[in-house]
Design a binder for this molecule. Structure first.
Ligand code: ADP
Length: 158
């Protein structure tokens, strides 16, 4: 039974995140998507909203569960019995930060693997910041996020 976690801010979840999740469920038995409660970032959405959007967007994926954590990702991985951490790599620009994190996490616990997955090319330019900015200026976000997220962004920005 191979369980992995996919940690992130998900502020909000985008189709790029969903693409990574689909790839991970093809490879592993169970995936726990875990929302960082107190990220260093200033979030647009509360932890509760971020969880709600993930739960709704992933309700048709029986191998996926959603939770939240604060503190170290490796500690949370151990708590939920995960053998690895899934991260998405969009471009070279992601690499340096992700590489540092992966090495630090391996130093903290060498049994917890970091697994990198690449999304479809159509998502390589997509991130939550771009989606928030687009929504703020009344752009159409529907190609980039699940319907529940488009709805919540509309509620925020009108
Ligand atoms: P962001 O980097 O957009 O703030 P998160 O902190 O929620 O998003 O990211 C969680 C993980 O998902 C990271 O490994 C990040 O590289 C990955 N990720 C984010 N957006 C995408 C995307 N469009 N395609 C693939 N991976 C992504």
């Amino acid at each position: 039974m191979k369980r992995v976690i996919y940690p992130g801010t998900f502020d909000p979840v985008t189709n790029g995140h969903i693409d990574i999740i689909k790839r991970a469920v093809d490879l592993f038995d169970e995936l726990v998507v875990t929302v960082a409660k107190n990220p260093t970032k200033n979030c647009l959405f509360s932890t509760e909203d971020r969880l709600t959007m993930l739960k709704e967007s992933l309700k048709d994926y029986p191998k996926v569960s959603i939770d939240s954590h604060d503190g170290l990702v490796v500690e949370h991985a151990k708590e939920v019995g995960a053998m690895g951490i899934i991260r998405g790599l969009r471009a070279i620009s992601d690499f340096e930060y992700e590489f540092q994190m992966a090495l630090m996490n391996r130093k903290l616990d060498e049994d917890i693997r970091t697994i990198f997955l690449m999304p479809h090319e159509r998502y390589t330019y997509l991130n939550s910041t771009i989606v928030r900015n687009l929504a703020q200026f009344k752009g159409d976000v529907s190609d980039f996020v699940p319907p529940i997220v488009a709805k919540k962004l509309k509620e925020k920005y009108g």
